[in-house]
Unconditional design. Sequence first.
Length: 92
Amino acid sequence: MIHLLNRKMLFTDSSAEAAAQVWGTLKQHGIPYQMKTVNSMGSLRRNVQSSMAMNSVHGGMPHSSMADAVHYVYVIYVRRRDYARAKQLIGQ
């Protein structure tokens, strides 16, 4: 585990594929990392979406017109001492 005060944000993106490529590269080169996944949709919007999904039935299945709007942001941290090397390895 990387201590909160000893880490630096290396990568942030909403693409799971891009995040997987970054952590794969880090893993391949033996650089420890931490990943945090953040739901970028606010709690009010999540509650509205859940309510709509529960109250609206289409063809016997819950349906929400906002279901496709759920997005996640992937944040990858590395140790401060590994930051320069990691940044170089992922091409940033």
